[in-house]
Write a protein that binds this ligand. Structure first.
Ligand SMILES: Cc1cc2nc3c(=O)[nH]c(=O)nc-3n(C[C@H](O)[C@H](O)[C@H](O)COP(=O)(O)OP(=O)(O)OC[C@H]3O[C@@H](n4cnc5c(N)ncnc54)[C@H](O)[C@@H]3O)c2cc1C
Length: 397
């Protein structure tokens, strides 16, 4: 089948308006807040402005108040939103809420959609996704999942320990992955549960201090201790959690890439503006060969990242698993975007590491992306295994 990456004119128009909104409204707030939204007041201010500009919730269906973009359309709009660290929060497409909305639309019952998806889509509440556990639990290898859920009359009791749960501070609910069958190391047997924040069995241990700060609601360590939930808290069917995680993870990997690509483009724009003005050794910085190489390499990384995202999104829109193309795109983007921000900072000299421009912050914010949504090594391992399996199948024919 021919790959068609043509964007609908309505999507192009939404992307254009998003770019304008981010430059005119969001970046001034980003500058005022030093790159990080630390209060509900800022989140509410930004989301109100996004609603007024008609760019709010581009990803959810019209039934839930959104623009209903497919993955290809999201690629165009999310990159523009990502041009500011606060753009995704403004449009209600920041992680983890955006991935959770995607999964709830795909899997939740009608009652669950009304109770959890609708207020999430309008920005009335936030959410988190609780999968990762301290060693020896789930991390790069989700099959190590050791949080357990046992049947109790009328529901389930969850016990376990999670950490690095983004957005958990102030979230109205968590989607918690727990083992309902088998033992750590087994491939299946996980179930997703919707756990309300006021459940006394879900407790915060601490805020984990990390290199990055801009993902709203921080990264929390949580304990599930005798956390009883009703049967209606099961998202989808019991024991299908790993399958549903794939529904969330493939698209969520791509939307992370889209948002961070916006930051790569912004970094390049800052560096190019500086290289065009700064004069050293008798010429403009941008006319010196090694500076030109950095500008060109940035352009190549950005173009390649964009191309890989679009290819993977097209496959997802065709209903394909896209596991190989999303893994390739995620690995390349996480590393390429880091390179772009790093080169841009280098081009700006001492100014680059100062707080006068945002490149130092961007570098800190983007570094963890090579770890979450699958570390580069896990993806390379999975990519190589698929290639070898393909080789083995071809050799047997
Ligand atoms: C900022 C941030 C936000 C996060 N948000 C969330 C969240 O909201 N919800 C959630 O559930 N989790 C979240 N995580 C957790 C994240 O998904 C995990 O950190 C990630 O899956 C890696 O797991 P781990 O940290 O346990 O590393 P480990 O599994 O211990 O892996 C350590 C290292 O081993 C290497 N490695 C991995 N696989 C292979 C391989 N096959 N071959 C060779 N080497 C390999 C990699 O270098 C890897 O970094 C977040 C993490 C960060 C840093």
């Amino acid at each position: 089948m021919a790959v068609d990456l043509t964007q609908d004119p309505a999507v192009e128009e939404l992307a254009r308006r998003t770019a304008q909104f981010v430059r005119e409204v969001v970046i001034p707030v980003e500058e005022r807040e030093h790159g990080v939204a630390r209060s509900e007041d800022v989140r509410i201010e930004l989301q109100r402005a996004a609603r007024q500009a008609g760019v709010f919730a581009p990803h959810v269906s019209a039934e839930f108040g959104g623009h209903g973009l497919d993955m290809l359309g999201r690629a165009a709009v999310f990159e523009q939103a990502g041009y500011s660290l606060l753009g995704p929060l403004a449009l209600n497409i920041a992680a983890p809420d955006e991935g959770n909305m995607h999964m709830l639309e795909a899997i939740a019952t009608e009652e669950q959609k009304e109770q959890y998806l609708r207020p999430l889509a309008t920005g009335e509440v936030r959410s988190c996704f609780a999968m990762t556990e301290p060693a020896p639990g789930a991390g790069s290898d989700p099959s190590a999942l050791s949080t357990r859920a046992e049947r109790v009359p009328g529901g389930w009791r969850i016990d376990g320990h999670k950490w690095f749960i983004t957005g958990a501070e102030g979230a109205a609910f968590a989607i918690c992955m727990a083992r309902t069958a088998g033992a750590p190391g087994d491939q299946g047997g996980a179930t997703m549960f919707l756990v309300d924040a006021d459940n006394p069995g879900m407790k915060t241990i601490r805020h984990i201090e990390t290199l990055d700060e801009s993902l709203y609601g921080g990264h929390l360590e949580l304990v599930f201790d005798n956390c009883v939930v009703p049967d209606s808290a099961v998202l989808g069917a019991p024991d299908q959690g790993f399958r549903y995680a794939q529904v969330r993870l493939g698209p969520a990997r791509m939307t992370h890439c889209m948002r961070w690509l916006g930051i790569a483009q912004r970094s390049q724009d800052i560096a190019v503006a500086r290289a065009a003005e700064r004069r050293i050794f008798g010429s403009r910085l941008g006319e010196l060969g090694m500076a030109q190489q950095m500008i060109a390499d940035n352009e190549i990384d950005i173009a390649a990242a964009r191309g890989l995202i679009l290819q993977a999104c097209w496959e997802l829109d065709q209903g394909r698993s896209a596991s190989q193309s999303t893994a390739i795109a995620k690995t390349f983007c996480a590393e390429a975007i880091w390179r772009v921000v790093d080169r841009s900072l280098q081009l700006c000299g001492s100014l680059g590491v100062s707080g006068d421009i945002p490149l130092g912050r961007f570098l800190r914010e983007v570094r963890p992306f090579r770890i979450y949504d699958g570390p580069s090594e896990t993806h390379r391992w999975a990519i190589a295994r698929r290639v070898l399996r393909q080789h083995d199948r071809a050799a047997q024919r």
